[in-house]
Design a protein around this ligand. Structure first.
Ligand code: FA5
Length: 362
């Protein structure tokens, strides 16, 4: 059988060296390596071999397969290079002519996604107000995503943000945060941008003003206004004697800049363990004007912006003395803001990759 393999190799290499086109190569590949190819036929006969003979023949067949695949790839490149050279040598070929238009006849390649457009605009607004633009990891330690935000293990608030947990090789070992994972891992796909709060406190110390736009992930039932992968923007200000008045002023300024007009808003009490007091800021639905539609779930309002004064426990977790400093924080639902801004009725369009949708923002 080993002789048979050698014979096949000799014949295959000889025919390969004579192959004149990519079609020839394909035929050879099928004839020798295909499902009904010569190599397979030989392997099918292996059942007749003794137990001792089988491993050597199996190994030789595998090596032969790899050598033939290599030889095929080499011949394919050579043929392609030769075809290109012929094309370039053709006097009718002008390399200075523009190439064919990229996909689907678009006049030019690429445009910014509506999310990018809004994030850039927000970054400009906040930079002009003295905020630093921050970033945080999308794969986050439970410590920053939950514990440092005053949401200890088994706290019911964890259930409101259905979490994707991440397996990793360090599972069960002590982490830099000092805690030991009880479960498979203490890494999560961040469920919100709030973990950037404590990271920023540790990095900058007080006083500070930051915004942190980014992608977050939740194991959600997806519908017109809920995605499993969406965007938020965290805002955090820590300074002396920060009050709810500062918070309300910042939120109103933000919405006026973004919508370039006054948007009707309402504040409701909201519970988040990392702020006290906490609020939910809702915007009047810009699609139906408040009469009720699928986007606002027939409530007339779109939940846009939870916010509040930073809880003293969170300041402590970030190494800041709550007796000396106070702050406000907000978590803007960026995906929903983009929907409002451009009149997008279904959040799934934003990650769907449909070019007909994306082309509208050129
Ligand atoms: C939070 O995520 C808090 N971290 C926000 C916060 C920050 C509160 C700072 C206080 C201080 P919440 O789970 O409500 O809160 O989400 C914030 C916003 O994200 C919501 O108002 C909503 O606009 C948006 N959002 C939530 N879930 C989804 C989803 N599945 N798809 C799209 N947007 C969502």
């Amino acid at each position: 059988m080993l002789d048979q393999l050698k014979e096949i190799e000799g014949r295959a290499l000889e025919q390969l060296s004579r192959a004149a086109s990519l079609e020839d190569l394909l035929a050879l590949e099928q004839g020798f390596l295909g499902k009904k190819g010569e190599l397979q036929l030989v392997l099918r006969g292996m059942g007749a071999l003794s137990k001792e003979e089988r491993p050597a023949v199996g190994a030789a067949a595998n090596e032969l397969k790899l050598r033939l695949e290599g030889a095929l790839a080499e011949r394919r490149s050579a043929l392609q290079a030769a075809a290109l050279a012929r094309e370039l040598a053709d006097p009718g070929f002008d390399p200075t002519l523009p190439g064919p238009a990229p996909r689907m006849g678009l006049p030019s390649a690429g445009a910014l996604h509506p999310m990018t457009l809004v994030v850039r605009e927000l970054e400009d607004i906040f930079s002009s107000m003295g905020y630093t633009i921050c970033d945080g990891p999308e794969v986050e330690l439970e410590h920053y995503n939950f514990n440092a935000l005053n949401i200890p293990q088994h706290h019911p608030a964890r259930d409101t943000q259905d979490t994707f947990f991440v397996r990793h090789p360090r599972a069960g070992k002590a982490q830099p945060s000092g805690r030991v994972a009880d479960g498979a891992s203490d890494l999560v796909l961040r469920t919100h941008t709030s973990p950037v709060q404590v990271r920023a406190m540790e990095r900058f110390g007080p006083p500070l003003r930051i915004v942190a736009p980014g992608r977050v992930f939740r194991c959600e039932q997806v519908d017109a206004s809920h995605e499993h992968t969406f965007y938020q923007m965290e805002g955090l200000v820590v300074d002396r004697e920060i009050s709810v008045a500062h918070l309300i002023h910042a939120m109103k300024t933000l919405l006026r800049e973004i919508f370039r007009r006054d948007v009707e808003v309402r504040l409701r009490p909201g519970y988040f363990p990392f702020v006290e007091p906490g609020f939910e800021l809702d915007a009047r639905c810009l699609f139906c004007g408040g009469s009720g539609c699928a986007v606002c779930k027939h409530s007339g309002w779109i939940e846009l912006l939870p916010c509040g004064l930073v809880h003293p426990q969170v300041l402590r977790a970030g190494g800041i003395d709550p007796e000396q400093w106070s702050g406000f924080a907000f978590g803007l639902g960026l995906s929903r803001l983009v929907m409002l801004r451009y009149g997008i009725r279904d959040i799934r369009l934003m990650t769907g990759g449909d070019l007909r949708f994306l082309q509208q923002f050129r």
